[in-house]
Design a binder for this molecule. Structure first.
Ligand code: AMP
Ligand code: MG
Length: 319
């Protein structure tokens, strides 16, 4: 029997019994558990094979619940939350005493957001506790954007995937923290820097692990396919470098067809960044499962969401 279902009551019952349920969000699917259940949170780390030093994001039903999670909200965090929640912005703020250390990897701060997916919001509103929900993929693998991706990863390990269709945005949330009340981007993501600047003005980016003890999750090799993956700004030229290989290509927008290529995916014929972003992880999943020797991915235009995608691509490529 498939573990994929739309039964919210079943998800509620499982989560209330310390079990894990994969949930849809507008960014990627999450592997969710009760933040106050030690058993559930340990199971999240074990199921994902995620190192304990990598903290989890807490998902709440409404901005009204934030005071149960954090002890202080800077003015600029309030502005961001009021514009982007429910949505793909994660805030890192000083934690309240009741948040277990395992959630924050022992840090004094906690990551929190209100996701923007109708099914998951409905579920969160019915639960008596918030959900910790890191992306529902094994550590270092590509994040899932459909229930089928999660099933491929965790079929034998979890009891239920709440099916909310394909994720609309298709890339992880943007993470913003504060140091001395100054905002800092810890992870580029679903909300473009330009849109954040439009609300709170200048913001610095500390997105690389070596500069970023605050977000140990930003490991350099992350989000990676198993198949050898290279990046390109000129796919038709680069194809020639790999004679006699089974090549898959993912192009940002439409270029000429090539007959040496086995699989070719165009992310957006009209060159639309949001459309291409929403399809990228699905394309990587598909080609990674297509028995290829190499995947060549076209680098996105380096603006808006393209910056976030290029950051992910630089981590996905084979080193
Ligand atoms: P995931 O939910 O799998 O997308 O990963 C969660 C991300 O949030 C990781 O990159 C974490 O490092 C980051 N994160 C969670 N809590 C904190 C925190 N307290 N401070 C900084 N980054 C955090
Ligand atoms: Mg993740």
């Amino acid at each position: 029997m498939s573990i994929i279902s739309t039964d919210i009551q079943k998800a509620k019952a499982l989560l209330s019994a310390d079990k894990l349920v994969a949930i849809p969000t507008e960014t990627v699917y999450g592997l969710a558990g009760n933040i106050y259940s030690e058993k559930a949170i340990k199971a999240i780390f074990e199921t994902k094979q995620r190192p304990l030093f990598n903290p989890l994001i807490v998902h709440i039903a409404s901005i009204k619940n934030i005071d149960t999670i954090v002890s202080y909200v800077p003015e600029k965090a309030k502005q961001l939350a009021s514009v982007f929640w429910p949505g793909s912005l994660t805030l890192v703020l000083p934690k309240s005493d009741t948040i277990p250390d395992i959630i924050t990897a022992g840090k004094p701060t906690v990551a929190v957001r209100v996701p923007n997916h109708p099914l998951t919001l409905k579920l969160l509103k019915q639960l008596e506790f918030p959900l910790a929900a890191p992306s529902a993929n094994p550590f270092n693998r590509i994040s899932p954007t459909t229930a089928a991706h999660v099933e491929g990863y965790f079929k034998d390990k979890i009891e239920m995937i709440l099916d909310g269709g394909a994720c609309k945005n298709g890339i992880e949330s943007t993470i913003v923290g504060f140091e001395h009340d100054e905002p800092i981007i810890y992870r580029l993501g679903s909300i473009a820097i330009e849109d954040i600047k439009a609300v709170i003005g200048e913001i610095s980016v500390k997105n690389k692990k070596e500069h970023n003890p605050e977000a140990p999750g930003m490991l350099d090799k992350h989000y990676a396919p198993i198949t050898r993956t290279v990046l390109s700004t000129n796919i038709s030229e680069d194809i020639k470098k790999y004679p006699n290989m089974r090549i898959g290509i993912i192009e940002f927008t439409s270029h000429s067809q090539s007959n040496v290529v086995k699989h070719q995916i165009t992310l957006s014929n009209r060159g639309d960044l949001a459309e291409a972003t929403s399809k990228l992880y699905g394309a990587l999943h598909r080609l990674d499962n297509s028995d290829l020797d190499i995947i060549i991915v076209e680098i996105f235009p380096d603006t808006g969401l393209g910056k976030s995608i290029n950051d992910r691509l630089s981590r996905a490529k084979t080193k």
